[in-house]
Design a protein around this ligand. Structure first.
Ligand SMILES: *[C@@H]1O[C@H](CO)[C@@H](O)[C@H](O)[C@H]1NC(C)=O
Ligand SMILES: *[C@@H]1O[C@H](CO)[C@@H](O)[C@H](O)[C@H]1NC(C)=O
Ligand SMILES: CC(=O)N[C@H]1CO[C@H](CO)[C@@H](O)[C@@H]1O
Length: 332
């Protein structure tokens, strides 16, 4: 191939990028250009949002939805949202002495789900993931939505034994990849959807997020890449959430994990979204075919700042989130 085939020729590339000054200059010129065309991009974004609000919802009646981590939090509430839309459910959670999974199954039936299967399994174990995907398809004959929701979030700190954080990757990362792997052949048949719980922290790396936030970033990376392979047959919706009022941000949860223990709930010092509103918004978005869902919506603006102005992002997140963790750790 001759150089003429490239917009930027090799000679131009070397002139600009092998020189520190012009190398930096090119970056700022790009930033400026981006600012100039941003009104246009803004308009496109607005049109897409408005258009999607008029789009019809997927008819979930008799469709089969598998949800991991469904015994509490957003997973439980998403089960009810799907139930209200008439979907059949397979709900999964790890076996615990006081598991509420059976109770969740009953409540989902009351909300209108025609059939609910509940199974105990550990998402960090390959064989258990294969088992629950197969059981679901055997029972219902199909699989339409896979919601990889299960996750844990101990707060990392450099003075805690690092081996204690291994389960975070096993559950948050592998615990999504394994079920996805076994579900894909069935989702291809049904033109189905995968819903991934990536959390806002996968993008915004706040202090002490450490392993938890990194596991979420890995998820985003994996599913963005998988999307190239399976779309448009299978739709992948990546969900990035800010702080939602679930048990994961409470002091009680933090003392049950190996991570940093909080004295106060994060919800006391940081405004949080109601989990009901959040679950409703996620399921509504998924049924409209969204490929990325951010709740509360405003944190999307923070993502932009992070990508465009990484240095400023580092400064404000340091000041803001560090003071937040100070408050909840010291109590008072
Ligand atoms: C949704 O699908 C069911 C069959 O699975 C059908 O009976 C029902 O009429 C459909 N509803 C709408 C609004 O299309
Ligand atoms: C995602 O995982 C976190 C824990 O990592 C959990 O608190 C939350 O309920 C999960 N669900 C969604 C949809 O974010
Ligand atoms: C923005 C965000 O959600 N960050 C997460 C990073 O990790 C910490 C510690 O586990 C979580 O509490 C945060 O939710």
């Amino acid at each position: 191939m001759c150089n003429g085939d490239f917009i930027v020729s090799q000679a131009m590339y070397e002139t600009f990028f092998n020189n520190n000054f012009t190398n930096a200059l090119v970056y700022y010129v790009f930033l400026l250009l981006l600012l100039l065309i941003s009104p246009l991009l803004f308009l496109c974004e607005l049109i897409i949002t408005v258009r999607s609000s008029f789009q019809g919802d997927e008819n979930m009646s008799k469709k089969v939805v598998l949800i991991t981590g469904a015994s509490s939090g957003i997973g439980e509430l998403m089960a009810y949202e799907y139930a209200k839309r008439g979907a059949c459910l397979a709900i999964i959670a790890i076996k615990e002495p006081e598991s509420r999974l059976e109770q969740v199954a009953n409540t989902a039936r009351e909300h209108g789900s025609p059939d609910v299967l509940f199974l105990f399994a550990d998402v960090s174990k390959i064989n258990e993931c294969r088992m629950f995907v197969e059981e679901t398809v055997k029972h219902f004959g199909q699989l339409d939505h896979l919601v990889c929701n299960a996750g844990i979030g101990p707060i990392y700190s450099i003075d805690i034994d690092v081996s204690k954080f291994e389960p975070v990757m096993d559950i948050n990362f592998w615990g999504s990849i394994y079920p996805t792997h076994f579900a894909i052949p069935h989702l291809v048949k049904s033109n189905g959807k995968i819903i991934v719980n990536a959390s806002g922290s996968g993008v915004l790396n706040i202090p002490k997020g450490g392993v938890y936030n990194a596991s979420k970033a890995a998820l985003i990376s994996f599913y963005e890449s998988l999307r190239h392979e399976v779309s448009p047959t299978v739709t992948i919706a990546i969900v990035t959430l800010g702080f939602i009022r679930t048990n994961i941000i409470t002091a009680k949860y933090s003392t049950s994990t190996a991570g940093v223990h909080l004295r106060r709930d994060l919800g006391d010092v940081y405004p949080t979204m109601s989990p009901d509103a959040c679950a409703k918004a996620i399921v509504a978005g998924v049924c409209k075919g969204a490929t990325s869902i951010t709740q509360p919506r405003f944190i999307k603006a923070l993502f932009l700042i992070k990508y465009l102005f990484p240095e400023s992002h580092h400064i404000y997140s340091n000041i803001y989130f560090a003071s937040m963790f100070d408050k909840v750790q010291k109590g008072g």
